[in-house]
Write a protein that binds this ligand. Structure first.
Ligand code: G3P
Length: 218
């Protein structure tokens, strides 16, 4: 599973990139607004840090507007994936972008039926929101399983980008379910490192080593 950071914060992206395990980045209008930097400028900055797919979302809600916003975003860098919402206009824009060779991430996907529409429109990624499905009392990971199964049945090339991941278990379960990509906040990626037995084991290794090799006391 490829690992993306779901952030527009440059410090978080630099930290993730420094670990050598960062495969890409997703942003959305809320994340861009949090940083207070206009989208084209921030996306350009992100391309200097992240060597992988970078999703940049349009804010227009009509197809013409999405095309007008998405084309210049795609022109910023070869790694840009234009993100559109899973609406009628979004799917229409996805079909047009795909024919133009512009890769699209169809976001705000909450059902397997919606995911089929995205695949049929030639989406590069579909983004089902695991955490937000869980919030409604449904099973977000089951949605990932269903979509992966359906895409496999028909050989769709659209990749399942598991989004709205809030916990380490969301990441692990997305991987078990077969998601191609997991996008997560920095906090979740950082938490993946932690295990008390790793800390305890390392402490013991260093203690044993120091006991055997420490310089003799004068
Ligand atoms: O990738 C989608 C993500 O930004 C939404 O996350 O936690 O607000 O549901 P959340």
């Amino acid at each position: 599973m490829r690992f993306f950071l779901d952030t527009a914060n440059l410090d978080e992206l630099r930290a993730g990139a420094s670990w050598g395990i960062l495969d890409g980045c997703t942003t959305n209008p809320s994340l861009i607004a949090k940083e207070g930097i206009p989208i084209a400028e921030r996306i350009r900055q992100i391309t200097e840090i992240v060597d992988g797919d970078i999703s940049a979302e349009v804010v227009a809600t009509d197809c013409e507007g999405m095309l007008k916003e998405g084309r210049p975003l795609a022109a910023i860098h070869k790694n840009i994936v234009v993100k559109v919402p899973l609406t009628r206009d979004g799917i229409k824009a996805c079909s047009i972008f795909s024919k133009e060779g512009i890769r699209v991430n169809v976001t705000l996907c909450f059902s397997a039926g919606q995911a089929i529409l995205a695949a049929k429109a030639g989406a590069y990624f579909v983004s089902p929101f695991v955490g937000r499905v869980d919030d409604t009392g449904w099973d977000g990971i089951q949605l990932i399983r269903d979509i992966c199964g359906i895409y496999k049945n028909y050989g769709f090339s659209t990749q399942v980008l598991s989004a709205s991941l809030r916990t380490v278990n969301h990441v692990i379960d997305s991987a078990k379910a077969g998601a191609h990509v997991g996008t997560m906040p920095f906090k979740v990626m950082n938490s993946l490192f932690d295990h008390p037995l790793t800390d305890r084991g390392l402490e013991q290794f260093l203690k044993d080593h120091a006991k055997a090799f420490q310089p003799p006391a004068r």
